[in-house]
Design a protein. Structure first.
Length: 162
């Protein structure tokens, strides 16, 4: 029984190492021209639909409303936390700003750095946000102080309001 428990503990420690291990992909390492793409995702990075980029307006547990941002990048230094600056503009007015720290991980299937579940909190009600077009800008500074930015124009949707 003890050997079984010991083997189980070793397996539980080893599995996350295998899942987070990255191939020797050069795109997960600094050195090329960095690129950043804005997506979405709560539990993993999800690209936006290019035909209809859209963000769900999430009703947060503390009474706020946010869009969940995911990011995908290549050629950044992910050896430490990165700083990000995100902003959302609707009808020419800045209605969301966030400056999260983030940790990007190499996805061995796409050979890109990814992060997800970044909250861009809106200073507006769901009724105002529903169906609006937004311009979202994100700037990321990596561990080597390289800065890369991206932006996207997208639709906000809220099935609880629409």
């Amino acid at each position: 029984m003890l050997d079984t428990m010991k083997a189980l503990r070793i397996a539980l420690v080893a599995v996350p190492l295998v899942l987070t291990a990255c191939p020797t992909s050069k795109t997960c390492l600094p050195g090329g021209d960095p690129e950043l793409t804005i997506g979405t995702g709560i539990i993993e990075y999800e690209p936006l639909d290019p035909a209809d980029p859209a963000f769900l307006t999430v009703h947060g547990p503390q009474g706020g409303y946010h869009a969940t941002i995911g990011l995908e990048a290549v050629y950044l230094d992910a050896s430490d936390l990165m700083g990000a600056y995100m902003r959302g503009v609707i009808d020419g007015e800045e209605l969301a700003v966030s400056s999260p720290w983030l940790q990007m991980r190499c996805n061995p299937y796409t050979e890109t750095l990814q992060t997800w579940n970044l909250l861009l909190i809106w200073d507006a009600t769901p009724e105002f946000l529903a169906g609006k077009r937004t311009h979202i800008e994100v700037e990321v500074t990596d561990a080597s102080m390289t800065t890369v930015s991206a932006s996207v124009d997208a639709r906000l949707y809220d099935p609880l309001v629409e």
